[in-house]
Design a protein around this ligand. Structure first.
Ligand SMILES: *Cc1c(COP(=O)(O)O)cnc(C)c1O
Length: 306
């Protein structure tokens, strides 16, 4: 279940390489992808502490916010979201949906937002709700987030039932990748959605240290260097997604993370420099991210991915 072949445009010698994708985007309709796994132990902890409210931080198009609000509502916890940026002319589609589901939003200046768990806005919310609030760090990271991803990685490893697969995974904070790096998988390529992610490998080690687990996989890290940085799309990327859709009519990639990962692997393959015979891509979800993209960038029909 959830494992299927993926056809890369550059792969014409079809027997030399095997590519499959684990469809994390299909696992859970309310909170698809990696975010529900990052949230798993956080929200368990909130319930154990009998908190009626959970709060987190997020950007206005954030996949984390979308998943956080959906999971909280399912667990009958009231979600609070501290949103980056002080003024909103109008709510983004992601935030509008959050409010419709019952989330309470608090604006925050970029300066204070950056302080996260030490921010003034967090203090103010804690005071106002008098100890009722369980806090989840931005992106659902932290040791509990990493441990949820470790479980996810080992679950996928068992489903594959073949230790020779090389893993490809997209990353932002690197918390998800840290879970995979410490899992039963032997080798992992991590594709950062951020430009200049020179410390990515270091970050993975820090995440693992914090979660008291060890990096056991061989790692290779790639920087976002082709499409203009986080959340940006190049014409080449948009063109590639049309090509991918023609080769894989039932597969939708997200614009921020998974599209760039598959693009890069396809490019390396075309150059003859992809060394792994068997590869599994992890689909980390994020399709709601298309809501924040300019109309015309999305190669998919809206009905197909929302
Ligand atoms: C958040 C996200 C990631 C990155 O997860 P990190 O744990 O922050 O590295 C990757 N893919 C998608 C689709 C995401 O939404």
């Amino acid at each position: 279940m959830y494992l299927e072949p993926i056809h890369l445009p550059a792969n014409n010698s079809s027997d030399a390489y095997e590519f499959v994708i684990y469809r994390g985007d299909l696992e859970c309709s309310s909170a698809p992808g990696n975010k529900q796994h990052k949230l798993k132990y956080h929200l368990q902890q909130a319930l154990q502490e009998h908190k009626s409210i959970a709060a987190t931080f997020g950007g206005p198009h954030s996949n984390h916010v979308a998943a956080f609000v959906a999971r909280c509502v399912e667990l009958q916890i009231t979600p609070i979201v501290v949103v980056r940026g002080e003024t909103w002319a109008s709510l983004t589609p992601t935030l509008r949906r959050a409010v419709q589901q019952g989330a309470i939003l608090f604006p925050s200046s970029r300066l204070d937002y950056r302080l996260g768990m030490q921010s003034k806005i967090k203090d103010a919310i804690d005071q106002y709700y008098a100890g009722e609030v369980y806090w989840v760090p931005e992106g659902g990271a932290g040791a509990l987030g990493v441990l949820g991803c470790l479980d996810w990685a080992n679950h996928i490893y068992q489903k594959l039932n073949d230790s020779s697969y090389h893993v490809c995974l997209a990353s932002g904070t690197g918390a998800t990748a840290a879970g995979f790096a410490a899992s039963d998988f032997n080798s992992v390529s991590v594709f950062s959605a951020l430009k200049g992610a020179h410390n990515l490998e270091q970050d993975l080690y820090s995440h693992c240290l914090a979660a008291n687990i060890e990096v056991t996989a061989k790692l290779e890290c790639f920087d976002e260097s082709l499409h203009g940085g986080f959340g940006k799309m190049s014409d080449a990327l948009i063109h590639f997604l049309h090509d991918m859709l023609a080769h894989n009519p039932t597969l939708r990639l997200d614009p921020v993370y998974t599209a760039k990962m598959v693009y890069k692997v396809n490019q390396l393959l075309a150059q003859g420099s992809w060394p792994h015979r068997k590869t599994v891509f992890i689909h980390t979800g994020g399709l709601q991210g298309w809501r924040g993209m300019p109309v015309g960038h999305c190669p998919y029909n809206e009905n197909d991915w929302l």
